[in-house]
Ligand binder design. Sequence first.
Ligand code: FPP
Ligand code: MG
Length: 337
Amino acid sequence: MSASRLFELAQGQVEPGLMAQLGRHVAAVEAELARQMGSQVRLVEEVGTHTLRAGGKRLRPALVAIVAEVTGRPYDPARAARLGACLEMIHMATLIHDDVIDHADTRRGAATAAAVFGNTAAILSGDVLLAKAMSLLAHDGDLAIIRLVADMVVEMAEGEVRELETRGEFDLSANAHREIIRMKTAEFIRSCCQVGALLAGLATPEVESLGAYGYHIGMAFQIVDDLLDYEAETATLGKQTATDFREGCATYPLIFLRDHLTEAERTLAETKFGNGVTDEEICLIREWMRERGAFAETRALASDHVRLARARLEDLPDGPGRAMLGAIAEFIVQRRS
Ligand code: FPP
Ligand code: MG
C-alpha cells in the first residue's frame, strides 16, 4: 500500500481542495526525505535510499498535515513537511531494526535492508536515520514537540524490549499484549496526531482528543497487522507471513484461538510456538484460526478501536479534514496489505 493508494482511497470522499493540499504536503515530505538520505558515508546513503525506495503508506506524515488542516487554524506547511519527514525517518529506522530482530527478508515486496546489506550495516544505518530525525526535531526547536516525540521513541523502544521479554510465552495475557502494542505502535500514531495539533497551536484538551483518535487508529493498525500476519498471503502482503508464530510472539489471532483448541491441538501449537514450526503446521494453525473465529474476533477488536477513533472526531468541525480522518480510520480495518 503506497502513499498514492492511501490518497486514492480518499478520492470521492474528500474535497478536492484538501486533496490538492495533501498532495503538495506529501511531495514536500518526499523531497525532505530524499534530501535527508544524503550522507557523506556511502553505506548510510545506500541503506537509506534502498529503504526509501521500498515506499510505504506515509501514514505518519499524512496524519501530521491532515490533523493540522482539520483544526481550520493557520500552520506552517514547511514545518509540517519537515516534522512529517522526521517522524517517517523514525519509522524507517524502527522497521530496519525490526526486520533484523524478526529475521525478515522482505518488506513492502522488496528485500529488507538487512537482507541486502547485512545486519550490522542495517542496524548502524538505522541508528543514523534515528539520529538524523532527532537532529531535524532539535532544529525545528519546539520544546513541546521535542518532548512529545522523544518520550514516544523511548516508549516504542521499551515496547519492543517488552515484546522480546515475552517471546515464547504461549499463554501471554491479552492485557500484556495490549500494553505491548500500545507502546510499540499506538503511541507513535498518537504522537503524529498530537504534532499536527500542536503545529496548529491547539490547546491541551484538543491536542489530547486528537491524540486519542491517533491512539485508537494505532491500536487498530497493529491489530490488523497481526491479523494479516496470519490471514494474508505473502504475495499480497509483500512480506513473510506467520512470522509472529515462527518467532514466538503471541498476538490476538493466537490469543483468541487458544480458547478453541482441544488438548491435543493445544499441545501441538504450544510445542511448535517459536520452535521450528513447519509450513504445513502453519497452514493448519491458520485454518483453525479461520474456522474457529479467531480471525473474526481479531477484526472485530480492530473495528471497536476504529469506532472509538471515529467518536473522537465528532467534536471537530464538520469538513473535509474530518472526512479524511474518518476515511483513514476505515482504511485501517479494511486494508489487505
Ligand atoms: C513492527 O512490529 C515494529 C514496531 C512497531 C516497533 C519497532 C521498534 C523497534 C525496533 C525499537 C526502536 C527502534 C528505534 C530505531 C527507535 P511488527 O514486527 O509487529 O510489524 P511488521 O509486521 O511490520 O514487521
Ligand atoms: Mg516485524
